[in-house]
Design a protein around this ligand. Structure first.
Ligand SMILES: Nc1ncnc2c1ncn2[C@@H]1O[C@H](COP(=O)(O)OP(=O)(O)OP(=O)(O)O)[C@@H](O)[C@H]1O
Ligand SMILES: [Mg+2]
Length: 319
């Protein structure tokens, strides 16, 4: 009964090209419970979107899933057939992308698109789907008269709301949000996130929420997973992560978002840059940027150690 909704074990994803092999998701292990909001934080290029795409098996070439497991509702997503995947996508796991424009059809009204989705998945007759589409759009804050609008007639914020309505249309158990509000101004962003939170509480779906914005993520998530250079380096309930981070990289991220802390002043960026995944640093990948580096950090890769029932960190100092 207490089995997690999603259970990722040792997941590895590689981009293989002539330049070499880039492991963009490196032995990631992570559980998501039913109705839980898990935030995925990390600098650009740390593998967040690759992880999300692997879970829906929509990775673009030349990416391949090279190892691990991702059990969802009792089945390993990584071994499903194309037919089983079609059943899974949108119906059980859906996704909202950074720009909903990319997933909206420009020549069909937004209402019709939702109707098509519902009908294509056998969730409703056309007749039923019409009223359900209006309901869904209203639920995400789009007034009924706009059902006949086309994507290009809507603001960026409205388009993201349509993307959310589409993602929720088939009542999935997991919704993946990959930077859903990055292109929007902060007020619209806050409104949309509050709305998703409200819907999540009402409908009970789980969320994997990807964003660069750690402050936003801490407000929005139950638990946060911090990624560095393709690896999971810290996992903790949002409040604990904010109060007492156990990985120096997480500390650095918190200092880079001073709005997270009440007594904060100027943002302080982490010195250096994330490594190239073509040739990541040996042992602890963060050691070249870490202000508390020890000899062992250059010698041995730290394991992800369980620090409590829902906390883990991959740092020699946390051991
Ligand atoms: N098409 C590609 N070909 C080769 N390597 C790629 C490709 N796309 C991504 N990568 C590699 O995978 C790594 C992870 O990329 P990914 O897009 O998952 O990162 P991200 O954390 O989502 O970044 P961002 O915050 O910028 O969206 C990159 O650092 C890059 O090395
Ligand atoms: Mg991304």
């Amino acid at each position: 009964m207490d089995e997690p909704l999603l259970s990722i074990r040792d997941l590895c994803v590689d981009y293989v090209s002539e330049a070499g092999c880039v492991r963009a998701v490196d032995h990631v292990t992570l559980d998501v419970s039913r109705a839980e909001i898990v935030g995925v934080a990390g600098e650009s290029g740390s593998g967040k979107s690759t992880l999300a795409q692997a879970l829906l098996r929509i990775l673009p070439p030349p990416a391949i899933i090279s190892g691990g497991e991702a059990r969802f509702e009792g089945r390993d997503i990584l071994t499903l057939s194309e037919t089983e995947l079609r059943e899974l996508r949108w119906r059980r796991i859906s996704m909202v992308f950074q720009s909903a424009m990319d997933s909206l059809n420009p020549v069909i009204s937004i209402g019709e698109q939702i109707v098509d989705t519902l009908v294509a998945h056998g969730a409703a007759t056309r007749q039923e789907a019409r009223s359900r589409a209006a309901e869904l759009l209203e639920m995400v804050g789009i007034p009924a008269p706009r059902v006949d609008a086309y994507a290009h007639q809507l603001s960026g914020g409205m388009r993201q709301r349509v993307g959310i309505a589409l993602a929720l249309a088939l009542e999935p158990a997991l919704v993946i949000l990959d930077e859903p509000t990055t292109a929007l101004d902060v007020i619209v962003e806050r409104e949309i996130l509050q709305q998703i939170r409200g819907l999540q509480e009402k409908l009970g779906f789980a969320v994997l929420f990807i964003t660069h914005d750690l402050a936003r993520m801490l407000q929005f998530s139950d638990r946060v997973a911090v990624f560095y250079a393709a690896q999971l380096v810290e996992l903790a309930p949002a409040a604990e992560l904010r109060r007492a981070p156990r990985h120096p990289y997480t500390e650095g991220l918190l200092r880079a978002f001073p709005s997270v802390q009440s007594d904060a002043d100027e943002p302080e960026s982490i010195p250096g840059a994330p490594p190239s995944l073509l040739s990541p640093p040996a042992a602890c990948r963060f050691h070249p940027r870490c202000d508390r580096v020890q000899a062992i950090c250059r010698e041995r890769q730290p394991d992800l150690i369980q620090l409590g029932p829902r906390r883990a960190a991959a740092c020699h100092l946390a051991e």
